[in-house]
Design a protein around this ligand. Structure first.
Ligand code: MBD
Ligand code: FE
Length: 282
């Protein structure tokens, strides 16, 4: 029996805010002209005003909303909240101009500069890592079918309890994360374990809102993957598992039918699945 330090909402929120600020260079910040800022913000505020009118919002509700917004910031949960409730709309908009593999949201738990691994590899894991062995193999190609050797398959996922390294104190740094480099034929074969569904921390403001609204706080089990290759547009996506819980009710609305794996037991207790990625030229 172990007494795991369970990650608090504030703990994972602080890590997610820190990581966001560290990885989002000022160069990434939008250079939006004033007319466009005004047009977007006017519509956002109009949506808020319309909801107030439609639902006859009271002063206690207005003040509760203010207090909650302050809690989201103090708990470091803006990355979590934005990625769960807003990012999918941005991703769907961007996807309209991208061909090749379908994308999905990045989410709050990406960490850059993870260990580089050869095309056939096992992701870093604890000696006593729990979970059903899972192998993902496949090929990276361009949209004309040409294999992309030396492409990077950057992969990160939760453990069999649904926790991510870097955002839960009891999980070692770098666990279940790696940058896999494809062979000359663009192929890769990654051994890892089956992740569990992810639950939004219920003890923080995002979890409180979900509870107050009577929603559920779950994302279906998923692998996060970002595929990069020189001269090509990167794709950020997620892969899900057929028949898994919450596949049809993802709180982050980030599933797509093209992104569902159906791994099969190879007879040794290892589940294997194949998925190929296609990148468009940049
Ligand atoms: C996750 O694991 C995730 O992928 C997203 C998008 C939001 C919260 C937690
Ligand atoms: Fe995730």
């Amino acid at each position: 029996t172990t007494t795991q330090e369970s990650p608090t909402a504030a703990g994972s929120g602080a890590s997610a805010s820190k990581s966001f600020k560290a990885t989002t260079a000022t160069a990434d910040v939008a250079d939006t002209p004033p007319e466009r800022v005004a047009a977007i913000v006017t519509d956002v505020l109009q949506g808020v005003h319309d909801a107030i009118t439609k639902h006859d919002v009271t002063y206690p509700e207005f003040q509760a909303a203010k207090a909650w917004l302050m809690d989201v910031g103090e708990g470091g949960e803006w990355p979590l909240f934005m990625d769960v409730f807003v990012e999918h709309a941005v991703e769907e908009q961007v996807a309209k101009s991208q061909s090749g593999t379908k994308g999905s949201i990045l989410g709050p738990y990406y960490l850059s500069d993870q260990v580089k691994l050869p095309s056939t590899c096992t992701l870093p894991r604890r000696d006593d890592e729990l979970g059903t062995p899972l192998v993902l193999e496949g090929q990276v190609r361009d949209t004309s079918g040409k294999p992309l050797g030396g492409a990077e398959v950057d992969i990160w996922h939760a453990d069999s309890d649904g926790y991510y390294s870097g955002f839960a104190p009891h999980v070692p740094d770098g666990n279940l994360r790696g940058v896999v480099v494809t062979d000359e034929e663009g192929r890769f074969e990654i051994s890892t374990i089956q992740p569990a569904p992810y639950q939004i921390p219920t003890d923080g403001p995002t979890g409180q809102l979900i509870g107050a609204a009577g929603w559920h706080p779950w994302r279906p089990a998923h692998l996060h993957i970002q595929v990069r290759a020189g001269g090509h547009r990167s794709v950020t996506t997620q892969l899900y598992f057929a028949g898994g819980d919450y596949l049809d009710s993802d709180v982050a609305e980030a599933t797509k039918p093209e992104l569902v794996l159906d791994p099969q037991d190879d007879g040794t207790g290892t589940r294997r699945s194949s998925y190929d990625f296609e990148l468009e030229p940049s």
